[in-house]
Write a protein that binds this ligand. Structure first.
Ligand SMILES: Nc1ncnc2c1ncn2[C@@H]1O[C@H](COP(=O)(O)OP(=O)(O)O)[C@@H](O)[C@H]1O
Ligand SMILES: [Mg+2]
Length: 314
């Protein structure tokens, strides 16, 4: 694996005194889709803004494709496309003009055929001569994406790309991201929609209060931290969980028709066989059973909750 972006010891304290990032180390591999997950205010936009040269770091280094961000900024920046969280474009410009201009800003030779294809891919071609202010919010966002891709960047940052967008644009965005990845583009997206990370990402980083508290392959993360639930559909409903089953911490659901057991699927003794034996001994019969792996959402909520609890304890 080749690193395309290397972030080391990155810190940012704003003039207000607020520390938005504290010692973030992160290496992004060429061609991966990396999802940076974190609640509002965690520092996601600050991190992206530093890499994109909008915010100056208080500490640390950034290397993009081997170019030191501080010493060789233009070369580093030209490898990056950014779709910012906030929409801001020149309202009076035509779509095609602003996208063509963006490409020029990065010193790329003009390529009308490329721009045409880009606008077509983003369903913007019919609107190419419309002024940006005449477009809907969703269309404006498509323009932001076209601008970000206009200079054929190696790395694309999407800062909360689907916050408040409609289903169609979200689907188009996901398809676009997959298409770009096939062409070798590295994608870093921030989101607080777990669903998005779960659907798209190869790796996930969780950021909370300016600290990267975890970086992991998505599948491994789900497997490692994941808990499973076993749900038993009872033949006859129960009024309460029988006292002698207390050690499994069962929950009664479905108006007494379901017994739910949560367990660690990686543990040596999951407690499942012993539970089933005990139920059988007591004559509690079930018609059906199924297990469910906890989602990334459960894991994420658990992690962010844990850091909060630790802070309180400290
Ligand atoms: N220009 C700024 N000046 C002072 N504080 C800021 C500035 N920008 C962001 N912050 C603060 O830094 C923290 C991280 O913000 P941000 O990076 O936007 O988080 P996220 O994108 O994860 O929601 C927040 O507490 C935010 O209020
Ligand atoms: Mg943000």
């Amino acid at each position: 694996m080749t690193a395309v972006l290397d972030i080391s010891g990155l810190g940012k304290t704003y003039k207000s005194g607020h520390q938005a990032l504290a010692g973030v180390d992160l290496t992004i591999n060429k061609g991966e889709i990396f999802a940076l997950l974190g609640p509002n205010g965690a520092g996601k936009t600050t991190l992206i803004s530093i890499v994109c040269g909008i915010v100056t770091p208080s500490a640390g280094t950034v290397t993009v494709g081997g170019h030191d961000h501080a010493r060789d900024y233009r070369a580093a920046r030209s490898m990056i496309g950014l779709v910012p969280q906030e929409l801001h474009t020149d309202a009076f410009e035509k779509v095609i003009t602003t996208v063509t201009f963006s490409r020029g800003l990065f010193g790329k030779p003009s390529d009308p055929a490329f721009i045409e294809q880009l606008l077509k891919d983003l369903s913007l071609w019919d609107k190419r001569n419309a002024k940006i202010m005449e477009l809907s919010g969703g269309m404006k966002r498509r323009v932001m994406i076209a601008k970000a891709l206009s200079h054929e960047p190696d790395i694309l940052f999407l800062d909360e790309p689907t916050a408040g967008v409609d289903v169609e644009l979200r689907r188009d965005m996901w398809n676009m991201v997959r298409g770009l990845r096939e062409r070798g583009v590295t994608i870093i997206l921030t989101t607080h929609y777990i669903e998005e990370a779960e659907e798209m990402a190869d790796r996930v980083g969780v950021i909370s209060k300016g600290r990267l508290i975890l970086v992991e392959e998505k599948d491994a993360l789900i497997k490692k931290l994941g808990r499973k639930t076993l749900t038993l559909n009872l033949a006859d409903p129960l009024d309460a969980v029988p006292a002698e089953l207390a050690q499994w911490n069962l929950v009664l659901a479905g108006e007494g028709h379901e017994l739910v057991y949560e367990f660690d699927s990686q543990a040596e003794a999951t407690g499942v066989p012993s539970l089933l034996r005990r139920l059988s001994d007591r004559g509690i019969q079930f018609k059906d059973l199924h297990t469910e792996q906890s989602s990334l959402e459960d894991i994420f909520v658990g992690l962010v909750h844990e850091t909060k609890t630790e802070e309180r304890a400290a």
